[in-house]
Design a protein around this ligand. Structure first.
Ligand code: CTP
Length: 401
């Protein structure tokens, strides 16, 4: 028995595909770990496994049709989606992935997911060409951006005789993943982990209508706050001006200037984790004109702003246990980032190349290197939400192991 899976309520959606037979074993394994399982079988899933075998293994009735009046009366798609701890879609086909990405709700599985507020985990299984097709990849990315987790697929020989990426993971691997998911959240809950994330630019006013600022959309910082909150970390986001929506379950403090960001940061302490993603404007005008300056040649003297990351890292009292900085560089990225890490005394620094227009700033994509101890861990170009999830997972693991 595994205490992290014990009594967990799982909805398993079995889609069409030869790999559906593995899901029978998955039910058996999850039952062995004392999970309670309700299975939804899609129309195409029915071509590969029978409701009878599923019912015998899951010890529950099998949900098949959204318009089945008996089932609807007993547990409709809303009740079903609220009942569970997670929804596991295994195997999921390219077609179902496309359907979920477009928000269609034309059967019980898709309606249930659209109506759900629970973690959705997808376990794809399909031919290698279908998996690598641009449309499938862009749909999967879209679903990751919605916060769905994608488990696998693995590489290997396929039922169709071809070889490559697209095989459904084994029931044991899926179980391990689900177990880890609950384990990590359990640790975060028991440790009551707290975090602060700074994000976005700051504005330093010259007069009531003019200001100097840094280029930053705030996307990467918002995604990191969102990912930490999803792991169960009590997260406060201190954001400079940004049009982005507040992530769910995150406390947000909106500020404009570096001084305000610094003051709000100091108020949020103590926290376990600090992630400074903000593109804080390094300079501010040495004086502020409270009336609009009329058009003429002017000279502005700039003074340095306080460095928030430096302030957090070098504290003797209430220093966060883990301080993560970002290094936005245009050249010599790793070298400058490593120097910045030493200079600012932070534990990790995440380096990104802001000269590349395909990533950084306004893009939804990023590519970063996490520098910690004497190691460098690269995360290749991907959605900022994906990168955020990787960074958050690494942070959580730091507190677990
Ligand atoms: N940072 C901060 N407060 C500042 C300036 C930067 O907290 N006043 C933080 C950023 O949030 C980031 C890290 O310091 O985590 C590095 O920011 P970056 O802009 O890359 O470097 P700077 O310190 O501004 O140095 P430079 O502009 O010379 O590269």
């Amino acid at each position: 028995m595994n205490k992290f899976l014990n009594k967990k309520k799982i909805i398993l959606i079995i889609g069409g595909g030869i790999a559906a037979y593995k899901s029978l074993d998955l039910i058996r394994l999850l039952k062995k770990y004392q999970c309670e399982i309700k299975v939804v079988l899609t129309e195409s899933g029915k071509k590969f496994v029978t409701p009878l075998s599923i019912a015998s293994l899951s010890k529950n009735k099998v949900y098949q049709n959204i318009f089945d009046s008996n089932q609807e009366a007993e547990m409709d798609h809303i009740t079903l989606s609220r009942w569970c701890d997670i929804i596991l879609f295994a195997p999921i086909t390219a077609n179902s992935i496309a359907k979920l990405a477009s928000g269609k709700a034309d059967d019980l599985a898709s309606t249930l997911i659209l109506a759900s507020n629970k973690q959705v985990m997808l376990v794809p299984a399909m031919n290698v060409r279908m998996w690598l097709h641009k449309s499938t990849q862009s749909n999967v990315n879209k679903l990751r951006d919605f916060g769905y987790l994608s488990i696998g697929p693995a590489s290997g020989e396929m039922a169709c005789g071809e070889y490559g990426e697209g095989r459904m993971l084994s029931p044991e691997e899926i179980c391990e993943y689900v177990k880890n998911y609950f384990f990590e959240r359990n640790v975060v809950k028991n440790k009551n982990l707290t975090a602060l994330v700074t994000a976005g630019p700051t504005k330093e006013y010259i007069d009531p209508v003019r200001f100097i600022t840094n280029n930053s959309s705030g996307k990467q910082g918002y995604e990191i706050a969102n990912s930490l909150a999803k792991f169960g970390v009590k997260t406060t986001l201190i954001s400079g001006p940004s049009i982005l929506k507040k992530p769910e379950n995150v406390d947000i403090i909106r500020v404009e200037t570096a001084k305000q960001m610094y003051e709000e940061t100091a108020k949020v302490l103590p926290v376990d984790i600090a992630v400074c993603v903000a593109a804080v404007t390094d300079f501010k005008p040495d004086r502020y004109e409270d009336k609009k300056i009329k058009k003429k040649n002017i000279n502005i003297n700039l003074n340095r702003n306080i460095d928030i990351l430096d302030f957090l890292s070098k504290r003797n009292f209430q220093r966060p246990k883990l301080v993560v900085g970002f290094a936005a560089e245009t050249n010599n990225v790793l070298k400058f980032a490593k120097e910045k890490k030493i200079r600012k005394y932070c534990d990790w620094i995440v380096a990104n190349d802001v000269s590349n227009p395909e990533i950084g700033f306004d893009s939804d994509y990023n590519a970063v290197s996490i520098i910690y101890d004497n190691k460098v861990e690269k995360i290749e170009r991907n959605l900022k939400s994906f990168i955020a999830n990787k960074i958050a997972k690494k942070i959580i693991n730091h507190f677990i192991y």
